[in-house]
Design a protein around this ligand. Structure first.
Ligand SMILES: [Zn+2]
Length: 129
């Protein structure tokens, strides 16, 4: 039987996201990260898990676009360097040009609820290095 969602854990995740930090769970038993937030590990079943602040970067695994009134909304699964792929909104003027494999970084959530928002980096990592 799957345990009921832990409301307090979800609250910590949501509050961190509104502060611009993305939390993922880390399993101390098998050393894997998982997302969505839950206290038991989906890989080994252990309850020995804790929060990790994600780096806030990632790559687009897959994406979709749709028109909502007069604007185009872009949603993507973003694969984090920690391992999990997270359903996210893509924000910013250049979101429509996004393709699979592009680098993105965590952006302000702008009232998107529990779904993180990412923005295109446009190779800013390359320019900084
Ligand atoms: Zn585990």
């Amino acid at each position: 039987m799957v345990p009921a969602p832990d409301v307090e854990e979800r609250k910590a995740y949501d509050e961190a996201l509104m502060e611009g930090r993305l939390l993922v769970r880390h399993c101390n038993a098998c050393d894997a990260h998982h997302h969505y937030p839950r206290s038991y590990c989906p890989f080994c079943g252990s309850g020995d898990t804790d929060w990790t602040v994600a780096a806030g970067t990632g790559h687009v695994y897959t994406l979709t676009r749709w028109r909502q009134r007069d604007k185009v909304v872009v949603a993507a699964y973003v694969t984090l360097p920690e391992g999990p792929s997270v359903l996210s909104l893509i924000v910013g003027d250049d979101a429509q040009g996004l393709t699979i494999g592009d680098e993105v970084r965590l952006a302000a959530t702008q009232g998107s609820g529990s779904m993180p928002s990412f923005a295109c980096t446009n190779g800013e990592q390359d320019r900084l290095s």
